[in-house]
Design a protein around this ligand. Structure first.
Ligand code: ADP
Ligand code: TRP
Length: 323
C-alpha cells in the first residue's frame, strides 16, 4: 500500500507564507493515488478562539485557500474535522493511555500559558486530539513546520503506548519537516505566526500587502556598503521562498557586494511574492463565487474520511474491549 499523508490547519486566522511553505505546499505536492488526507482543524481552534462567527468565517477561508493553492478534491480527501466526530471518541480512548507527564512537557501549551492565554482543558488535551487526528486514518507521513515536531513525537508515543497496552493496533506515524521552509520568518524576524501579528498573508488587498512588505524594518547601512551578512537578511530569506533560486541568489550577491538598496530589494520581494500566488488568486475568486461547491467538496470529503475513520475506530474499540 502506498504511504498515507495527512495534515491539518487550524481555522484561527488568515493563512500566511509560513503555513504555505511549512505545511500546505509539501501536502499539495504529495497529492495523488487517493492517499492524501487534509483537514481543517476546527475542533482544535476551539481551544483558543471563542467567536462562533469568526470560526465559521475562518473555516471557509482556509477551505478556499487550500483549494485555490492546488488542493485537488479528485486526488485528495479534504474535510472539516468536526464533520468526522469519531475523532473525539478516539481522543478519549487515547487520553486514557497518555501519561499526564507527557502533556506536562508540551512546549506549545507552556508557551501559550506564558503568553497569558487562560489555559482550558482542551488546550491541555490538544496533543491527544491531534494524535487522534493522525492515528484515526492509519497515517504514515505528516508534513508540518518544525513547531509541530513535538506534537508529532507525542502522537508517536501515544500510538506506541496504546499498542503496548492493547496489542498492535495503530500505525506509528513519521513527521515530514522540510529543511529550508521548516521555520519561515515573519516581518519581525521571529517565526511567522498568526499569533505574533507578523504575517504575510497568502491572499488579501494588494496595497495593504505591498505596504507590509515595504515596511519591513532593515538596518541603517547605506546601499553602497557591502553586507557580508546578506544571507541573514529577512527579505533575502523570504525571496528564496518566493523567487526562482537563481534570482534570489543574484539579489543575495548584489546585497553582499554593496550597491543594492533595501527599497529595491523589498520591491523585488513584493513582486515575486505577488506573482507566486497570481493563479491561485484567480481560482480563489472563482471558488468564492460558488460557495455551494466548496461546501459540497467538504461534505464529500467528510464522507470519504469517515469510511476510513470508522474502520480504524472499530479496530481500536475492539482492541481495548469496548466492542
Ligand atoms: P500559526 O503559528 O500561524 O498559528 P498554525 O499553528 O495554524 O500556524 O500552523 C499550521 C501549519 O503551518 C503547521 O504545520 C505549522 O507547522 C505550519 N507553520 C506555521 N507557521 C510556520 C512557519 N513560520 N514556518 C513553517 N511552518 C509554519
Ligand atoms: N496542531 C497543528 C497546528 O497548529 C494543527 C493540527 C491539528 C494538525 N491536527 C493535526 C497538523 C494533525 C497535522 C496533523 O499547526
Amino acid at each position: 500500500m502506498s504511504s498515507r499523508t495527512l495534515t491539518g490547519i487550524q481555522p484561527t486566522g488568515t493563512l500566511h507564507l509560513g503555513n504555505f511553505f511549512g505545511a500546505m505546499r509539501p501536502a499539495i505536492e504529495a497529492q495523488g493515488a487517493g492517499n492524501s488526507f487534509y483537514f481543517i482543524a476546527d475542533y482544535h481552534s476551539m481551544t483558543a478562539l471563542f467567536d462562533a462567527a469568526e470560526r465559521r468565517r475562518n473555516t471557509l477561508g482556509v477551505a478556499l485557500d487550500w483549494l485555490a493553492c492546488g488542493l485537488d478534491p479528485a486526488r485528495s480527501v479534504f474535510w472539516r474535522q468536526s464533520d468526522v466526530p469519531e475523532v473525539t471518541e478516539l481522543a478519549w480512548i487515547l487520553g486514557t493511555v497518555t501519561p499526564k507527564g507527557l502533556l506536562d512537557r508540551a512546549t506549545s501549551f507552556k508557551d501559550k500559558v506564558a503568553k497569558e492565554i487562560a489555559p482550558n482543558f482542551g488546550l491541555y488535551a490538544y496533543p491527544v486530539l491531534m494524535a487522534a487526528d493522525i492515528l484515526l486514518f492509519d497515517t504514515n507521513v505528516v508534513p508540518v513546520g518544525r513547531d509541530q515536531k513535538q506534537h508529532l513525537e507525542m502522537a508517536r508515543d501515544i500510538a506506541i503506548k496504546f499498542n503496548l497496552t492493547y496489542g498492535e493496533t495503530l500505525v506509528v506515524p513519521e513527521p515530514q519537516i522540510h529543511e529550508g521552509s521548516a521555520v519561515v520568518p515573519g516581518l519581525d524576524g521571529q517565526k511567522m505566526s498568526k499569533s505574533y501579528g507578523n504575517t504575510i498573508e497568502l491572499f488579501g488587498d494588494e496595497r495593504a500587502l505591498r505596504k507590509k512588505i515595504m515596511g519591513i524594518v532593515m538596518d541603517s547601512r547605506t546601499p553602497a556598503e557591502p553586507k557580508p551578512d546578506a544571507d541573514q537578511n529577512l527579505a533575502i530569506q523570504l525571496l528564496k521562498l518566493v523567487a526562482p533560486a537563481e534570482v534570489a541568489t543574484d539579489y543575495e550577491s548584489r546585497l553582499r557586494a554593496g550597491g543594492l538598496g533595501y527599497g529595491d530589494l523589498k520591491k523585488a520581494l513584493f513582486e515575486h511574492y505577488w506573482n507566486t500566488f497570481a493563479a491561485a488568486r484567480v481560482r480563489r475568486a472563482e471558488l468564492a463565487a460558488d460557495l455551494g461547491q466548496v461546501e459540497r467538496i467538504l461534505q464529500e470529503g467528510a464522507e470519504r474520511a469517515r469510511a476510513v475513520a470508522d474502520a480504524v475506530l472499530q479496530r481500536a474499540r475492539k482492541a481495548c474491549g469496548l466492542a
